[in-house]
Ligand binder design. Structure first.
Ligand code: NDP
Ligand code: GUE
Length: 290
C-alpha cells in the first residue's frame, strides 16, 4: 500500500511559517495585505475565494476581497488592478481564474505588478522560472515541490511525467521538475491516447492535471512511483474526486496524494508564503532583517 501524502498537515505547517514571517514583516512596518479579486458569481470560485480569505485570517495576513459583477468591463477590471498596484498596503494581488469569457485574462495578468503577482502567472515571473532565476512561483506546482521534498522524493535523475500543460499547473510544474534535474515528459490532449498509459508507466514521479475524473488507473502506474493528483473533479455521484482513480492507484504507487486533502490545501498554503515573499520583494531592507 502506498504512503498517503498528507497535504492538509503539511499545509498547516506552511501556514504556520507564513504567519511568523508575516508577523515579523509587519513588526518592521512592512504591509502584507492580500487583495483577492473575484469577477462573476461562479459558486465554485466563490468557495475557493472564501477559503483563501480564511487562510489569511489564520495567518494574520490582512485581506481585502473585491467581488465584481459578471458584466464588469475590461476597463473597470484594469482600473482596479492599477489602483491595487499603487496601493502600498497591498503586498499581493490575486485575480481568481477563470474570468468570464468576455474578459481578456492575459491582459489582466500582464497588468499586475510582477512584485505583487502572488499567483506567479505574470510573464516576467514565468520568464524567471524558465531562466532559473528566483521569483514568485505558481502556487500549485510550488506546493507539489514542497510535498516531494518533505516526503524525501528527490526528482534528480528520475523520470517525471506531467499530464496537462496549462500555464498555471502543467507547464510550470514541468519547468520546476526540470530545474531539479528530472527527465520530463509532458502529455496533453494531442498525446496519442493509446500511448498515454505507456508514457505514464515510465514515470517515477507522475503529476496529473488534466481535469478528467479518475482518468489515470492503477495499471498505468509504475510500481513504487510517486503519484501527485492535481485534479478537482466530480465523479458520477457528484462527489469530489481527482484525475487519478485513487482506489486502484494506491495499490501500485509508492506514495500518493489524496483528493481532497492533497494538492489543494498546499496550493492555498503556498499562496500565504507568496504573499510574504511579495512583501519582501517590495521591501528588500526588511527581508534582510527577517
Ligand atoms: N488542486 C489545486 O490546487 C488545483 C487544481 N486544479 C484542477 O486541476 C485540473 C487541471 O487544471 P488546469 O491545469 O487549470 O486545467 P486546464 O483545463 O487549463 O488544462 C488541462 C490540460 O489537460 C490536457 N488534457 C485534456 N484532456 C486530456 C487527455 N485526455 N489526455 C491528456 N491530457 C489532456 C489539456 O491539453 P491541451 O493543452 O491540449 O488542451 C490541458 O493541457 C482541473 O481538475 C482543475 O480543477 C487546477 C488548479 C489548482
Ligand atoms: N488566480 C487563481 N489562482 C489559483 O490558484 C486558482 C485559481 N485562480 N482558480 C482555480 C484554481 C483551483 N485552485 C484550488 C485551490 C485549492 C483547492 C482546495 O483547497 N481543495 C480542497 C478541497 C476543496 C473542496 O472541498 O471543494 C482539497 O483538495 O482538499 C482547490 C483548488 C486554485 N486555483
Amino acid at each position: 500500500m502506498a504512503t498517503i501524502i498528507d497535504g492538509k498537515k503539511l499545509a498547516a505547517e506552511v501556514r504556520g511559517r507564513a504567519a511568523e514571517r508575516a508577523a515579523n514583516l509587519m513588526t518592521q512596518g512592512v504591509p502584507c495585505g492580500l487583495a483577492v479579486v473575484l469577477v462573476g458569481d461562479d459558486q465554485g470560485s466563490a468557495t475557493y475565494v472564501r477559503a483563501k480569505l480564511r487562510d489569511c485570517e489564520e495567518c494574520g495576513i490582512p485581506s481585502q476581497d473585491f467581488k465584481l459583477s459578471e458584466d464588469t468591463t475590461q476597463g473597470e477590471l484594469m482600473s482596479l488592478i492599477e489602483r491595487l498596484n499603487a496601493d502600498p498596503s497591498i503586498a499581493g494581488i490575486l485575480v481568481q481564474m477563470p474570468l468570464p469569457a468576455h474578459l481578456d485574462a492575459e491582459q489582466v495578468v500582464a497588468a499586475i505588478d510582477p512584485k505583487k503577482d502572488v499567483d506567479g502567472f505574470h510573464p516576467e515571473n514565468l520568464g524567471k522560472l524558465v531562466r532559473g532565476l528566483p521569483g514568485l512561483r505558481p502556487c500549485t506546482p510550488a506546493g507539489i515541490m514542497e510535498m516531494l521534498d518533505v516526503y524525501g522524493i528527490d526528482p534528480a535523475g528520475k523520470n517525471a511525467v506531467i499530464v496537462g500543460r496549462s500555464s498555471i499547473v502543467g507547464k510550470p510544474m514541468s519547468l520546476m521538475l526540470l530545474a531539479r534535474n528530472a527527465t520530463i515528459s509532458v502529455a496533453h490532449s494531442h498525446t496519442d491516447p493509446c500511448e498515454l498509459a505507456r508514457i505514464c508507466q515510465s514515470a517515477d514521479i507522475l503529476v496529473v492535471a488534466c481535469g478528467i475524473p479518475k482518468m489515470v488507473k492503477g495499471p498505468w502506474i509504475k510500481p513504487g512511483a510517486a503519484v501527485i493528483d492535481v485534479g478537482m473533479d466530480r465523479d458520477e455521484a457528484g462527489k469530489l474526486c481527482g484525475d487519478v482513480d485513487f482506489a486502484s492507484a494506491e495499490l501500485v504507487a509508492g506514495s500518493i496524494t489524496p483528493v481532497p486533502g492533497g494538492v489543494g490545501p498546499m496550493t492555498r498554503a503556498m499562496l500565504m508564503s507568496n504573499v510574504c515573499l511579495a512583501a519582501e520583494l517590495q521591501h528588500p531592507e526588511a527581508a534582510k532583517l527577517a
